[in-house]
Ligand binder design. Structure first.
Ligand SMILES: [Zn+2]
Length: 466
């Protein structure tokens, strides 16, 4: 039996690890590569195995960098089951249909360009909605803590990873002849004491740990300080008489922000505002969160019981149509707008920025990572002027960056999860930029734990690990 690293090793996207047990093949995640150089080429590249010969996939959570290449796998011949948590399946459904629309639009754009330059070849979309819907039919849901055999010789138990709704760490028992090995794969781990979700859950001792290391080299800003900062921003903004824009990812961050607005409604005097969730995808994702409230932590379950129905805020409007979204632009003050995309690379937030960014009485509040080259990054970096839809816009609004909202645990959280397993099993670190993984590796080594940073193509002989 062996484990081979393929994607999400030495980088944070494209999570995919290949397990071979008793001649059968199992994938841990099958994620899309995002950002970096030529991600489209990399996503189109052949897999290092025949997709038709993959017996099953275990999916840790819905984020596209873990799930996004499943429709491609299906398109190329994969017909086996995909095991995941029920809430994860519901979120994947939303993300896949959005992804398919984007892939088809992207191919169209490239084909238009080719036609103009006289090139007759046509680009196929990476996958279509049909591929996405087909692979969703292959999903089999497994609740946290429930043991199930995924392929002969491999038993699976999911445990809550506290990262986004339905996110799981994966405990596997592998049997081949007389050999038995146990493996824990962290998936992406959340912060302890984060809103809505439960803490990452520990599990029994194993022979090998496969652990993410996105923030393996650093500590996050304190959450209480972050909330105090947000409260201060909203109080000041109310006095200044402008609007507040909050760019947010549709799944996870939008729900976190709504939850914090709801729980601090009185303290932050939010009844003075009109609040808009201006994103059909975030509205759908919120409905999935609502439906799976049994997965919430104690506090959020209590809040859910009291709130009963969506929307959980008396002055919250859910904007589904473009007309509803455009109507917000007629408001010069008193609007808090939560909209995507999180890095302002597209979506409705861009229109709101166009209307508000040049007004000094407005505020823009960033709560997530802004990648190099995005509009969000340009604003966060303090550029005096940005280009939106070809128009130059002065950045006069106040810009804030909140540090404590990450969906990923920091170094302390990751070590706490590892300590919870007990047994001090050897660790392979995945899902991290080199320096972050090495930061965590050094910390583990200092504690006497055997730890290595994974790289694509490295093969671990599981029979030799014990
Ligand atoms: Zn994730």
């Amino acid at each position: 039996m062996q484990l081979e690293f393929y994607g999400g090793a030495g980088e944070v996207t494209g999570s995919c690890h290949i397990l071979t047990v008793g001649g059968r093949r199992l994938l841990l995640d099958c994620g899309m590569i995002q950002g970096g150089s030529a991600p489209d080429d990399r996503n189109r590249a052949p897999f290092p195995f025949d997709p038709a010969e993959v017996d099953a996939v275990v999916l840790s959570h819905a984020h596209i960098d873990h799930s996004g290449r499943l429709p491609v796998l299906r398109k190329r011949g994969f017909r086996g089951p995909v095991y995941t948590n029920p809430a994860c399946r519901d979120l994947v459904r939303i993300l896949f249909s959005d992804g398919a629309t984007m892939a088809e639009r992207d191919a169209e754009r490239q084909n238009r360009k080719r036609r103009k330059s006289g090139d007759k070849r046509r680009v196929e979309p990476l996958y279509t909605l049909e591929d996405a819907l087909a692979v969703l039919q292959q999903f089999r849901t497994v609740r946290y803590g429930q043991a199930s055999e995924v392929i002969p010789g491999v038993e699976l138990v999911f445990r809550d990873a506290g990262h986004i709704l339905g996110s799981a760490s994966v405990w596997l028992t592998l049997r081949e002849g007389a050999t038995e090995r146990r493996l824990a794969f962290s998936g992406d781990l959340g912060q302890y004491d984060s809103p809505i979700l439960c803490d990452p859950e520990p599990g029994p001792a194993v022979d090998l740990v496969l652990m993410e290391s996105t923030y393996g080299g650093r500590l996050h800003r304190d959450r209480a300080a972050t909330l105090e900062e947000l409260g201060g921003i909203l109080r000041d903004a109310s006095r200044d008489g402008g609007n507040v824009l909050i760019p947010a990812f549709a799944v996870g961050r939008s729900q976190d922000i709504l939850y914090e607005l709801a729980t601090h409604f009185e303290a932050w005097h939010l009844d003075d505002w009109k609040i808009f969730l201006d994103s059909p995808m975030a509205i759908e994702a919120s409905e999935v969160y609502w439906k799976h409230a049994d997965l919430f932590d104690e506090e959020a379950r209590e809040w859910r019981r009291r709130a009963r129905s969506l929307p959980p805020l008396p002055n919250l409007s859910l904007c589904r149509t473009a007309e509803e979204s455009m109507a917000i632009n007629r408001m010069t003050h008193g609007a808090i707008v939560i909209a995507g995309s999180g890095m302002c690379t597209g979506g409705r937030i861009v229109h709101h920025l166009k209307h508000n960014l040049a007004r000094p009485e407005c505020d823009v509040v960033f709560s997530g990572f802004q990648a190099q080259g995005t509009l969000g990054r340009a604003i966060v970096d303090g550029r005096e002027e940005v280009r939106i839809h070809g128009t130059r816009i002065k950045v006069a609004a106040r810009v804030h960056t909140l540090g404590g909202f990450s969906a990923h645990g920091d170094q302390r959280d990751l070590l706490r999860w590892y300590d919870g397993i007990g047994g001090r099993a050897p660790v392979w670190l995945v899902h991290g930029e080199r320096s972050a993984s090495e930061g965590l590796r050094d910390k583990l080594l200092a504690q006497g734990v055997s730890a290595e940073v994974a790289a694509p193509g490295v093969v671990v002989d599981l029979g030799a690990v014990a």
